[in-house]
Design a protein around this ligand. Structure first.
Ligand SMILES: Nc1ncnc2c1ncn2[C@@H]1O[C@H](COP(=O)(O)OP(=O)(O)O)[C@@H](O)[C@H]1O
Ligand SMILES: [Mg+2]
Length: 653
């Protein structure tokens, strides 16, 4: 039952929160839990986030500054109309002449201002004109700010995507693609919204606050004193409340990433899910995550409403007190009716922004938590950064000699060494076959040669240069990889073949397909090379996918080729084709081939037998047959007749 188990998880979460709060009090800092997998980590202070945000704005800072300028003007203009009410009451209806300080602002010759009717007309016309100007300026400013939002969103999304694409593979696996995607979309998008919630709206509130304070001070400074007493409250609510709300938003986002990651996984593995009748279980797991998130969101909702409730009590009370005090002043004749109305109008204009500041501070905690997480992502170390002075390999000067020198490797976080001192040499253009039992470390070795990771110890050299002294992007351009599990992108056949070389002509694509023995079946497809092959190539057979992958490698024209079980799951008919295709592909390239069927690598220049992360023996097929017991044993196993099932094992015969 999702309800009960999500309650249990929520209770556990609450306990965790209490513990966090205790630590917060003790350490005097906000500590937040990052996702489910990571250690406790401090979240950034508001000041640090604001600084980072301004940095992200980059060149948009100027246009935002301009937007704030126009906003200042339009907000100040917005303060004028209530003043007109005062003049209407005191000078039009009350009949008092305009105060000299006000009358002096207009030319002596504007005598209409000196009659009540004339003044009324002037007030009305003035207000209309003012509103029109304010509207135009305000709209322009909003447009500038909105454009800034979009620019920031783009910049942050681009930054986060680029950085995520450079993260080490093991980090990406723990982040999960679905979670990463929702983070890119929502958190990075939310950072853009900060333009309004953290800069634009608070700025308007502050201008309105200062403006109405100035008017109030001009009207009656004692009244002002009463209203200013409210100010410390903003500061207080901000300090205590906000510090608690942001970590909660971070938690919600981590839960959301986990849910999205799980959903993406379910649908990419939907065949397995259905095949093993796990639909109901996955549905429950999804519902449970969704419930947990709902509970967390409701929790944050309560915390956020706290501030609003305080304000909703404070404002009427404060207004009532000031009305009483001001009314007393009018009765005693020290204040005019117009002044009191003016004062109360501005009081609303003063308290409005205060309230807006306080409540928007809770609202934008979600976006701020998003920024915090994006910054965390960007701060993670990228995959194998280039060393200072790393060289850009020049393709035409690469001979293709690959030396693996005493390489040791263990996966991050794992104790056990998968490779325990492997050495081998592939001369330019040679085909080196790696054989050994499953789990012996063949794929790991190829991953190191492709530089998906660096060896824990030892080195891999290309033409005598350590791979770590070559620019990673340049080195990878020399590589071609065909694996057992072919990954095709949703797109046309031609686009998939030309993945590594977007500038390839149709002619070159056809030629590559021909070499890979893929031209025949491609031309038989409904739209030929323009056929859409569906996500991950689900509409193709295993052999067809494999041949498209080989065509892709042919077109990429790599200097170093890695074939990891590229032919393992094919029937012998398509394997014959593919063998021929691979033979053409490997010509004049240094190739590393892992093949399950030993018959396919007998003609390799060198066969390396890997056993438990060590090189057991190496040589040609003939040499190994002569001296390596292990190799002979493996060959014998594959040529022996299939194991007879014990007669008792088959019950329905
Ligand atoms: N990403 C990984 N994290 C931790 N251990 C791994 C990872 N990939 C492979 N291994 C371990 O490394 C060993 C060698 O795996 P692999 O190189 O894939 O073997 P082979 O390709 O020879 O079958 C295995 O014991 C496997 O469990
Ligand atoms: Mg393998």
């Amino acid at each position: 039952m999702p309800h009960t188990s999500s309650r249990r998880r929520y209770d556990a979460y609450r306990a965790q929160m209490r513990e966090r709060l205790a630590r917060m009090r003790r350490d005097g800092a906000v500590v937040s839990r990052q996702g489910t997998e990571r250690s406790l980590r401090r979240s950034r202070s508001f000041g640090a986030l604001l600084r980072e945000f301004l940095r992200l704005l980059g060149p948009s800072r100027r246009s935002l500054a301009l937007a704030l300028g126009t906003l200042t003007v339009s907000t100040l203009l917005g303060l004028v109309p209530p003043a007109a009410t005062k003049f209407a009451i005191d000078n039009v209806f009350g009949g008092a002449p305009l105060a000299p300080s006000v009358r002096g602002l207009f030319p002596e010759s504007w005598t209409t201002l000196d009659t009540p009717r004339g003044l009324l007309v002037a007030l009305a016309v003035g207000m209309i004109a003012l509103t029109a100007v304010r509207l135009v300026i305000g709209l322009w400013g909003r447009w500038l700010a909105t454009r800034t939002v979009k620019r920031v969103q783009n910049a942050v999304r681009r930054l986060a995507f680029a950085h995520a694409a450079d993260l080490p593979l093991h980090r990406l696996q723990s982040l999960k693609s679905g979670g990463l995607v929702s983070m890119l979309r929502e958190d990075a998008g939310g950072v853009g919204d900060l333009v309004f919630s953290m800069v634009y709206n608070p700025w308007r509130a502050i201008i309105q606050l200062l403006g109405s304070l100035a008017v109030l001070a001009y009207t009656d400074w004692r009244l002002l004193l009463g209203s200013v007493l409210l100010l410390p409250m903003v500061w207080f609510t901000h300090r205590t409340w906000i510090a608690r709300i942001r970590p909660l938003h971070r938690d919600i986002k981590a839960t959301r990433d986990a849910i999205d990651g799980h959903a993406t996984e379910t649908f990419s593995g939907i065949r397995v899910v259905r095949g093993f009748a796990r639909t109901a279980a996955e549905r429950n797991r999804y519902a449970e995550g969704s419930h947990l998130m709902a509970r967390q969101e409701i929790n944050v909702w309560w915390w956020s409403r706290g501030i609003e409730v305080v304000w909703e009590i404070m404002i009427p009370v404060a207004s009532a007190l000031l009305l009483w005090y001001g009314g007393m002043q009018v009765l005693e004749g020290t204040l005019t009716t117009g002044d009191l109305i003016l004062f109360l109008t501005y009081l609303v204009m003063l308290l409005g922004p205060l309230e807006a500041l306080a409540t928007s501070a809770t609202n934008f905690q979600a976006s701020l938590a998003g920024l915090d997480r994006v910054l965390d992502l960007v701060a993670e170390p990228a995959e194998l950064p280039d060393r200072a002075g790393a060289l850009m390999p020049v393709r035409s000067e690469i001979r293709g000699r690959v030396e693996v020198r005493d390489v040791r490797f263990s996966y991050p976080g794992a104790e056990r060494e998968v490779l325990r001192g492997v050495s081998l040499v592939a001369e330019p253009g040679q085909m080196v076959a790696l054989v050994g039992a499953s789990g012996s470390g063949k794929t790991t070795l190829c991953n190191l040669i492709a530089r998906f990771s660096d060896p824990t110890d030892g080195a891999i050299l290309l033409d005598g240069t350590d791979l770590r002294d070559l620019r990673l992007a340049g080195y990878r351009q020399l590589l071609g990889i065909v694996e057992q599990d072919v990954f095709l992108f949703d797109g046309t056949v031609a686009e998939n073949i030309a993945y590594a070389r977007r500038d390839a002509s149709d002619e070159q694509i056809r030629e590559a397909a021909r070499i890979a023995f893929a031209d025949r079946f491609i031309e038989e497809m409904p739209a030929g090379y323009a056929t859409i092959i569906g996500e991950r190539g689900v509409r193709l057979s295993g052999g067809q996918r494999q041949r498209i992958a080989i065509a892709r490698a042919v077109l990429a024209d790599p200097r170093i080729l890695i074939l990891d079980e590229a032919t393992s799951n094919l029937d012998s008919e398509s394997e014959r084709f593919i063998q021929a295709a691979l033979a053409t592909l490997m010509r004049s390239r240094t190739s590393f081939v892992i093949a399950h069927r030993l018959s396919t690598i007998q003609h390799a220049d060198r066969i390396v037998v890997i056993r438990d992360g060590l090189v057991d023996d190496q040589g040609t097929h003939a040499e190994l047959m002569e001296r390596s017991g292990h190799y002979r044993h493996m060959v014998a196993l594959q040529t022996a007749p299939p194991i007879q099932l014990a007669s008792g094992a088959v019950t329905n015969s």
